[in-house]
Design a protein around this ligand. Structure first.
Ligand code: AMP
Length: 190
């Protein structure tokens, strides 16, 4: 199995690229943000809980997120691999993913990060907010908090994967095709 963590701050283009790459490499794309939004739309208990964090730009607690991710993975047997988008976001999540994948005799082959400057992120997210229908994209304060949470809690994961020689950084500014090419160059060496 080839399991990839697509990494980067909010607005880096993880979701867009994951959709392209899943088709190109025949992988299953799991976005924890999408699963939360699906639950919010369907008014499940998980959705109600998640919404209280997401609307403020905070992270949903680890235990809830980890259990949800594991359940999503379990739904896909005999696949070539997964693209994880928006997970892990904390060290506890990265460790839980490691343990969980080990029970499936597999691991994270690489973390590939899309690198984009903060001012570009805010502009992209505000633009996306005009059409995405996501309340967390429409409010500049919430966007800034999401980016702050990324640096405070998530960015540390670069070191986690770097230590194990599994980190790859890619320039996340350019056309969709150009960025797919850059990501593919890394994936093709895995
Ligand atoms: P995203 O679609 O990846 O931008 O995620 C939207 C929001 O969902 C985030 O701002 C968090 O509130 C929540 N979320 C998504 N993934 C995670 C995660 N791995 N851990 C905690 N919260 C998450």
């Amino acid at each position: 199995m080839v399991n990839i963590v697509l990494f980067g701050p909010p607005g880096a283009g993880k979701g867009t690229q994951a959709e392209v790459l899943k088709n190109k490499y025949d992988l299953v794309h799991i976005s924890t943000g999408d699963v939360f939004r699906y639950n919010i739309k369907n008014k499940t208990d998980l959705g109600t809980l998640a919404k209280s964090y997401i609307d403020k730009g905070q992270l949903v607690p680890d235990e809830v997120t980890i259990n949800m991710l594991n359940a999503e993975v379990e739904q896909h047997q005999k696949v070539k691999g997964f693209i994880f988008d928006g997970f892990p976001r904390t060290e506890a999540q990265a460790e839980a993913l490691e343990v969980f994948l080990k029970t499936k005799n597999t691991d994270v082959k690489a973390m590939i990060a899309l690198e984009v400057a903060d001012d570009i992120l805010v502009a992209r997210l505000l633009e996306r907010g005009k059409t995405s229908g996501r309340p967390d994209d429409a409010d500049e304060e919430v966007i800034k908090n999401r980016i702050k949470v990324y640096y405070d809690e998530t960015a540390i994961l670069k070191g986690y994967y770097e230590k194990q020689n599994r980190y790859h950084g890619v320039d996340g500014v350019g056309s969709i095709n150009e960025i797919t090419e850059r990501l593919s160059k890394v994936i093709d060496t895995l």
